[in-house]
Design a protein around this ligand. Sequence first.
Ligand code: DQA
Length: 152
Amino acid sequence: MRTVLVLNGPNLGRLGSREPDVYGSADLDALRALLTESAPNDVSVDLRQTDDEAELIHWLHAAVDERIPVILNPAAFTHYSYALRDAAALVTKAGLTLVEVHLSNPHARETFRHTSVVSAVATGVIAGFGFDSYRLALDFVVNARSGGSNAP
Ligand code: DQA
């Protein structure tokens, strides 16, 4: 059984009621169900959310140690957390895939959202497709020729 970590940053635990016009009206349990249903039988989806930067960083460290590919929605940390960026770089430098995802398209929103300090160390970025951003990322991670490593 392969595992894919799906990590979500601050305020994403409020999905469902948080700005539904931007993020939709479904919650994280619905996202977990969608991804679990979309994953092949031999892939286990481990979806987590935290509002705590340190916890998110520790989960990335564990991904490196356990060699698990990551789908990461860093939420607002995207725009300013160099600590999270450094942890994300540890994942990709270890040869593991890390896909940065966003529900909305940050480039179509406020100027402060146009900058991601994470993107440059991610394997790739998928944004603007709601839950499908995650589904597309999962599809890449499980089907990548490299099998979750970030080799070309
Ligand atoms: C987000 C976009 C971020 O700008 C915002 O802070 C979020 C969610 C998204 O998924 O669209 O919390 O990452």
